[in-house]
Each structure stands twice: as structure tokens, then as C-alpha cells.
Design a binder for this molecule. Structure first.
Ligand code: ZN
Length: 384
């Protein structure tokens, strides 16, 4: 083959230049034509989302993706709204299709995976969703939104050890310190283990709770319970007594347990002493006064019981349990007029005031003291 002459080289260069010009012309045209797609619908959708108008956002997002099928974010949000509308299967389908698109940047891929995880959870495939969220969190350890979402799942699934760890991380990232709440997670872990009969493991968790917060009331209560269930009554009594020492105003929560256990040990007489000691520190503690009065009643010492119950009502005229007992005591003592007078008072007071614990988050009423709301699943919302 002969070498090319100067003219041939020049015309080749010219041809190449022309070709490049044509390519760049079409490319820029393609770009401008793409730019010509108005983002108006998408912007309106975003505004509606910010304003909380999901219905309008849904309409606008659909319009946006019809105009521009490359608007990945609009598709992503459309899927999320479908999930919110309990159409998890449709959301999953959209997000799955998105994940198959080529040339996705890493941030978009991450967002799509997050939406997929939430779709799985909404469809009842919690395991799949949670393990996907865990993978994503490994990639972006400081992601608070993901951490909080995972915490919610762990709480829902009674995975308290994991909940504890992630809560610790969340607090660290927020640079907050709340050992009290960490203690509650340990208590819930212990409760879950005790429910499965693993009392030793449960006790370890309760003790860890006390390590985080030595005033953690339920840790003492349930620690005693876990010893009691293993028939280690002395240790049970010790921890309940410790609660009274550490938090006297929450002591009433273990009165019944202490009375029962001391009775089984043949040491019921110690109970009156425990109550008197509390009253030495806090003479107007009505719950303790009432408990002591009840002991007189149980022992058949009607006169002392009436006197002590009357003392209770002098401090708190609406103390329903004392009213109820006093009515019975007066009746048995033949003082029906006095019994009747107290009965009239009972009608006027609201007994539920002393029988219910209210969730500060959702107003759920519980007759038992609880540290995890059965309705809204908020931890420590009963202010006990
Ligand atoms: Zn609640």
C-alpha cells in the first residue's frame, strides 16, 4: 500500500473534523432537548410532599414520570408513596425495576435499596428487609434515619440486644447521653429471656441495666422475680429491698411481692418493720401507710386498721383502696353509719385514678405498671 500524500491526509483530517462536528451537534441537541423537558411537575410533586399532601404528590409524580422516564427520583418517590398506601407489591415492583437500570450512581443505588428494604418489611418479609437495612447501614454507619428505622424493627421483633446496640450508636452519633434509656433496653432483653424461662440470662441483663442506671426501677423488680422463679427467695427479697432503699417512692411496686415471699419464708412479720422504716424517712407516703394498715387488717387488728386507714384518708381523701377497706372494716365492726358515709365519698372520687397507668405518648391505660407501651411500643412512656 502506498503512503498517503499531503492532500489525502488533509482531506482525512477534514472529514474527521466534520464527523466530530456532526456528533457534537447531535449530542448537544440531545442534551438541550432533554433539558427542554420541564421539571415543573416534579417540582410541584416535591412541594406537595413537603406540604404533606401525598395525594397531590402522587398525581404530580405520575405526570413527571410520564414526561420523563429518566427521572429516577420521581419513580423512587412514587414507589414510596405506593408503599405508604399499603400497595407494597406495586412499590416493590417499581423499585425492583429501578434497581435494574444501568449507570446508576452509588447514592441512587443506595436509596433504591433502602426503599426495597422498606417494601419487603411492609409486605411482611421483615427478615429480608432487616438484613438488607443492616447491609446498607454497614456502608453508611452514620445514617441516623436507617438506624432509627432498624431500631423500630428490632423493637417490634423483641430483638432487644440488637436494639440496645443500635440505640447506643444513635446516641453516640447524636452526641447525647441517656444511660437511663439504655438500661430500659437491657430490662426488656431480660424480660424476653425470662419469658423463655432463661432466668439466669435474664438476671445478667437486669444487672447490666443496673450497671447503666442504678435507679432503674423495673430492673430491681424483675431481678427479684427472676430469683423468685428459681426459688432463690433470699436474693429476691434483697433486690426488692434495694429498690426501696434506692427509690423509696417506687417501693410500693414491690410490696405485694415482698409480702408474698416473706410469707413463704415464714417471715411475714418482717413486713411491718419494712413499712415502718420507709415511713420513718417519709411519714406521709400514703401507699406505704395503706400497706401497713392492710397488715393490721390481715392480722385481724380491726381497731388499729381503722385508725391507720383513717390516717391514710387524712393525707389523701381520695385514696380509693383505703376507702374500700374502711367501708368493710366499719361494717364488720358494726359501724354501718360510718361505712355509709365513706361509701358516699367513694361515689364522688374516681377509682381509676389509682388503678391505671397512662402512656404519655398514646394515652393507653394499663392496670399494671409497664415500661414498654403495648399500644405504641414507646419505651418508658408511663412515667412510673
Ligand atoms: Zn403508648
Amino acid at each position: 500500500m502506498e503512503p498517503l500524500n499531503v492532500n489525502q491526509v488533509l482531506s482525512l483530517i477534514a472529514a474527521t473534523l466534520i464527523l466530530l462536528l456532526i456528533i457534537s451537534f447531535f449530542w448537544s441537541k440531545a442534551r438541550t432537548s432533554k433539558k427542554r423537558i420541564s421539571p415543573q411537575k416534579y417540582i410541584e410533586a416535591l412541594k406537595a410532599l413537603v406540604a404533606g399532601d401525598d395525594n397531590l404528590a402522587f398525581v404530580k409524580l405520575r405526570e413527571a414520570v410520564l414526561e420523563d422516564t429518566d427521572n429516577i427520583d420521581a419513580y423512587l418517590k412514587l414507589g414510596d408513596l405506593l408503599r405508604k398506601r399499603n400497595k407494597g407489591d406495586k412499590a416493590l415492583e417499581i423499585h425492583r425495576q429501578l434497581s435494574l437500570r444501568p449507570n446508576l450512581d452509588s447514592v441512587t443505588k443506595y436509596d433504591i435499596q433502602t426503599s426495597l428494604a422498606l417494601d419487603y418489611i411492609s409486605l411482611g418479609h421483615g427478615d429480608k428487609g432487616v438484613s438488607l437495612l443492616e447491609e446498607l447501614l454497614k456502608e453508611d454507619k452514620g445514617n441516623l434515619g436507617l438506624s432509627e428505622r432498624l431500631l423500630e424493627e428490632y423493637e417490634k421483633n423483641n430483638e432487644w440486644e440488637k436494639a440496645f446496640e443500635i440505640k447506643k450508636q444513635i446516641l453516640k452519633h447524636k452526641q447525647e447521653k441517656d444511660d437511663g434509656v439504655l438500661a430500659y433496653y437491657k430490662v426488656l432483653e431480660g424480660n424476653h429471656k425470662a419469658e423463655q424461662g432463661e432466668y439466669h440470662q435474664a438476671r445478667l441483663a437486669f444487672k447490666e441495666a443496673l450497671h447503666y442506671d442504678e435507679t432503674c426501677v423495673p430492673a430491681y423488680i424483675y431481678l427479684g422475680d427472676a430469683y423468685y422463679l428459681d426459688r432463690r427467695l433470699d436474693e429476691a427479697v434483697d433486690f426488692w429491698k434495694k429498690l426501696i432503699a434506692v427509690k423509696p417512692d417506687a417501693g410500693y411496686l414491690v410490696f405485694e411481692r415482698l409480702e408474698k415471699t416473706l410469707f413463704e419464708k415464714g417471715k411475714f412479720q418482717d413486713m411491718a418493720e419494712i413499712y415502718r422504716n420507709i415511713l420513718k424517712e417519709n411519714p406521709k407516703d400514703v401507699k406505704t401507710m395503706y400497706a401497713l394498715a392492710s397488715i393490721y387488717e390481715k392480722k385481724g387488728n380491726v381497731k388499729a386498721a381503722i385508725e391507720a386507714m383513717t390516717d391514710v384518708l387524712e393525707i389523701d381523701a381520695d385514696f380509693y383502696p383505703a376507702m374500700k377497706d374502711l367501708i368493710n372494716l366499719y361494717r364488720h365492726n358494726g359501724q354501718t353509719d360510718k361505712a355509709l358515709r365513706i361509701s358516699q365519698q367513694v361515689v364522688e372520687c374516681i377509682p381509676s385514678k389509682y388503678e391505671n397507668y397512662t402512656c404519655s405518648n398514646c394515652n393507653y391505660l394499663s392496670s399494671e405498671p409497664v415500661w414498654l407501651c403495648p399500644q405504641c411500643r414507646k419505651v418508658n412512656s408511663f412515667n412510673i
